[in-house]
Design a protein around this ligand. Structure first.
Ligand code: SAH
Length: 345
């Protein structure tokens, strides 16, 4: 399958659509925008209230790219669903629907693969293929919505890829997810998770959009963090914490720190003590994530170990939570997403 040269209407805003139909009245662009992003139409003839001639002209330069569902797995125990989507160039990404008390949380991908090479994450082993377009990111929402058993209430950019390395498209897609005529998901229920690209966190703060920020910390010393997450070489913990603190202050929003618990690696008393100290000045919460096993060399801590580590935060001034891993059975949990791509073993 080849990608075409036509403009994908998914991911385009009203102004961009207007530019494709310069001789039409502006309300036409708005209608098209809504059909594409709110209704999630898959073909031009579904746009019933638009003149045929307009649609014919538009179809010569534009199209609606609809990804194929390559695989659909359901974990009946938890109600978690994993969808593998294939784009026109044959590349695939995964997104995951996870039940929450009010509906569904959708975990979406921002890149095909990932360049950061975190040692505990399966996606890292795909390396980076390419960024997703805003339309491809938004398409994950449209497909998931069609397959979801409950309304999607939350979006987390915690699937494949590093959102901050595809900053513009991630923000564009978040804007669409948030837009009342499109995804209509509240800003506070859209979370962008980063391995810690400090400059991009600063850019995000400056941008002033009120999406939630999550930072994957995962270690309390630069020495260990460098080994686990190569991004730490250029983005050491101190500068990361400073950017996080600055973000919390400027945005007035609490930052989430994620901490993947790896048995025997980052769960010592000293780790807990350092974590308590370093997060204390920041308006934040801490999510402890038990490591989800794939065929990497780390070990998931036992429930006793998890509880013992958790209890060391008894007096912490910030909330601490152990994230339940949903969908481990279908390899849909954090760090387990790695869709096969062409030429990939
Ligand atoms: N690149 C972004 C988003 C994707 S990872 C980031 O790093 O934040 C989403 C979360 O899953 C991160 O907090 C990451 O630390 C965590 N994670 C990665 N691999 C994991 C694994 N094997 N088990 C549990 N959590 C994992």
């Amino acid at each position: 399958m080849k990608s075409s040269n036509k403009t994908d209407l998914r991911g385009k805003n009203v102004i961009e659509i207007q530019k494709l139909i310069p001789n039409e009245k502006p309300f036409r662009a708005k209608q098209i925008f809504r059909w594409v992003h709110s209704n999630g139409i898959k073909s031009f003839d579904e746009m019933k209230n638009l003149p045929k001639s307009l649609l014919e002209n538009l179809s010569e330069i534009a199209e609606i790219q609809v990804p194929k569902i390559a695989k659909h797995e359901i974990d009946n125990e938890t109600g978690t669903q994993k969808l593998a989507l294939e784009f026109a160039d044959g590349n695939q990404v995964e997104c995951v629907l996870i039940p929450n008390p009010n509906g569904m949380t959708l975990c979406i991908s921002s890149q095909i693969g990932c360049a950061l090479g975190c040692k505990f994450c399966k996606t890292a082993f795909m390396k980076i293929r390419r960024n997703l377009t805003a339309g491809e990111i938004y398409s994950q929402f449209l497909v998931a919505r069609e397959n979801s058993m409950a309304p999607i209430t939350n979006i987390v950019f915690m699937g494949m890829g590093e959102p901050m390395m595809n900053f513009e498209n991630v923000i564009r897609s978040a804007d669409l997810l948030n837009h009342p005529d499109c995804g209509n998901i509240s800003r506070r229920k859209i979370t962008i998770s980063t391995a810690g690209v400090v400059q991009k966190i600063r850019d995000f703060t400056e941008l002033g959009k009120k999406y939630k920020l999550a930072i994957s910390l995962n270690a309390t010393t630069d020495e260990l963090r460098r080994k686990l997450m190569p991004i730490n070489q250029k983005n050491p913990i101190k500068s990361l914490l400073r950017a996080a603190e600055n973000h919390a202050k400027k945005s007035g929003e609490r930052v989430t720190f994620e901490y993947v618990m790896l048995e025997g690696v980052n769960m010592s008393d000293d780790d807990a003590r350092r974590l308590n100290t370093m997060l204390r000045p920041i308006d934040c919460k801490l999510n402890l994530i038990p490591y989800n096993e794939s065929n990497l060399k780390f070990k998931r801590p036992t429930n006793t170990m998890i509880n013992e580590f958790y209890e060391k935060f008894e007096n912490a001034p910030f909330p601490v939570l152990v994230r339940k891993s949903m969908g481990r059975k279908i390899k849909a949990a954090c760090g387990q997403l790695a869709k096969s791509v062409p030429n990939q073993k």
